[in-house]
Design a protein around this ligand. Structure first.
Ligand code: HEM
Length: 156
């Protein structure tokens, strides 16, 4: 008999590895390198690299959400969402909600256009804003992963 809950957990972790690993790579490697590249090439490279990853991140965010809610429902963990001792559960759902909003709503609706216009006017400023945003999200993501693994294995 296949244990679908364990399958969901494994799929969840693979989706997180792709999504958060990619976020850290963009934050620690891609964006700092782009800041050292001359302005006209920078935007073209950014389009090719970050936007390709954004498309993939939409898929892993979706898979992480589906497998996460499946576990939440099957383990009957809804009651824990309101319990501060399970803060890591709220951190997972909160981070997921932020990314889902950015990738599926804000980016296609206005963020893409805003960034293009700002990057043409003030390339350094625009990239610094993007780097700062990615750093904050990366920090929150690392704390969330630490909390999720610790919490799921009884550390708190
Ligand atoms: C809709 C969003 C999400 C939901 C509903 C969700 C739900 C869950 C649930 C129910 C578990 C099992 C907890 C337990 O065994 O007690 C879990 C495990 C886990 N989640 Fe999420 N999650 C979501 C998003 C995320 C995000 C954004 C991250 C990382 C940044 C993440 C990382 C993890 C990790 C690392 C585990 C632990 C796996 C293990 O060590 O067994 N999840 N998640």
């Amino acid at each position: 008999m296949i244990d679908w809950l364990t399958v969901a957990r494994a799929v969840h972790v693979v989706a997180i590895v792709h999504w958060i690993g990619g976020l850290l790579f963009v934050t620690l490697v891609v964006l700092p390198s782009l800041l050292e590249t001359e302005a006209p090439r920078r935007l073209t490279l950014f389009d090719a690299l970050e936007r390709r990853f954004a498309t993939q991140a939409r898929v892993s965010t979706l898979v992480a959400g589906l497998s996460g809610f499946y576990m939440l429902y099957s383990y009957e963990l809804w009651g824990r969402v309101a319990d501060p001792r399970f803060w890591w559960l709220d951190a997972m759902i909160g981070l997921w909600a932020v990314f889902t909003t950015v990738l599926f709503v804000a980016e296609p609706l206005f963020l893409h256009a805003w960034f293009d216009a700002r990057a043409r006017r003030d390339p350094d400023g625009a990239f610094r804003v993007v780097l700062r945003g990615h750093r904050v999200l990366s920090l929150v993501a690392v704390v969330t992963v630490l909390g999720a693994v610790g919490g799921a294995h009884g550390l708190f």
